[in-house]
Ligand binder design. Structure first.
Ligand SMILES: [Zn+2]
Length: 294
């Protein structure tokens, strides 16, 4: 037992040292007075985050990877003048909920869709341990009234995962999309965690319906976006789906479709190291097979 305790203590020390030496810093962009987009600088810190500061409650959307936790707490305290009160998780992936436990131990209340808590109850590692479990959950939607703003948090089903939330700051025309929008990057649609191409497109079109030419969209990954950027993503994905469907309907095998490269025209603008053109093609084929099997 003593050895176990010792090695846990050593592990804890090692991870603290790692966090302190973690070379990535956070860059903040003030979207409107009091609202900041936070993103990694000098390396990967996780998905884009939104911090809303003001007189009443400090409100944070997503909290990056676990290693950025200490710097996130520091940055938020610098910008807000005090610790975070509420953290909203847009979905269960570790690059969006990684600092849940750190923020919770610093006093934050973690709020998320029911399915995020369900998944984290099975394995809480993505959220930094059991302390990172959401303590308030919702099924469809919840609204926060903070610092004079109205943040409508709503679930979009079977999109990037099965527990996605989009946050619409109604009074200031800002949408935090989470990973339901990757700006000029092929999207990651996590079929193994309940995502689907059809649900992803439905969710994006729901955001489009809320947006106008002035809307600022904070994507899960990539730079700040406009309605036109989101429209471009919808057009690209819908057309990609149609291109792949044509080949599937012709009876071509997955390998033959990949070799035919039906998404070649999108490669230059959308391919990236995580979701390559090939991976996007395979995801579309797999998603179609799954939908046909239903
Ligand atoms: Zn994700």
């Amino acid at each position: 037992m003593r050895n176990v305790t010792l090695s846990i203590a050593m592990l804890a020390c090692a991870s603290t040292a790692f966090a302190q030496n973690f070379p990535v810093t956070l860059k903040s962009t003030e979207v409107i007075p009091g609202m900041f987009m936070l993103e990694g600088e000098g390396g990967f810190a996780g998905g884009n985050m939104t911090l809303l500061v003001g007189d009443d409650r400090i409100f944070l959307i997503d909290d990056g990877i676990e290693a950025i936790g200490p710097k996130l707490i520091e940055t938020a305290a610098e910008l807000a003048g005090r610790p975070v009160d509420f953290v909203i998780n847009t979905h269960v992936h570790g690059d969006h909920v990684g600092s849940n436990a750190a923020l919770a131990s610093d006093g934050a209340v973690v709020v998320a869709h029911d399915n995020i808590r369900k998944r984290l109850l099975e394995d809480s590692a993505e959220a930094g341990g059991p302390g990172g479990l959401p303590v308030v959950t919702f099924a469809d939607a919840v609204t926060f009234f903070v610092n004079g703003h109205e943040a409508f948090v709503f679930h979009v089903a079977a999109a990037h995962t099965d527990g996605d939330a989009v946050i619409h700051f109604r009074d200031v025309n800002i949408i935090h999309a989470g990973d339901v929008h990757f700006n000029y990057l092929f999207p990651f649609i996590d079929l193994d965690t309940g995502g689907s191409i059809a649900g992803f497109l439905t969710a994006q079109r729901r955001m489009l319906a809320l947006a106008d030419d002035e809307t600022v969209i904070i994507p899960g990954h990539g730079p700040l976006a406009s309605k036109a950027d989101l429209q471009a993503a919808v057009d690209m994905l819908a057309d990609s789906q149609a291109r792949v469907a044509t080949l599937v309907d012709q009876g071509m095998s997955e390998e033959d479709i990949v070799a035919a490269n039906p998404l070649a025209l999108y490669h230059d603008d959308w391919n990236w190291d995580f979701i390559t053109t090939e991976r996007m093609t395979r995801t579309l084929i797999r998603s179609m097979a799954a939908e046909q099997a239903e």
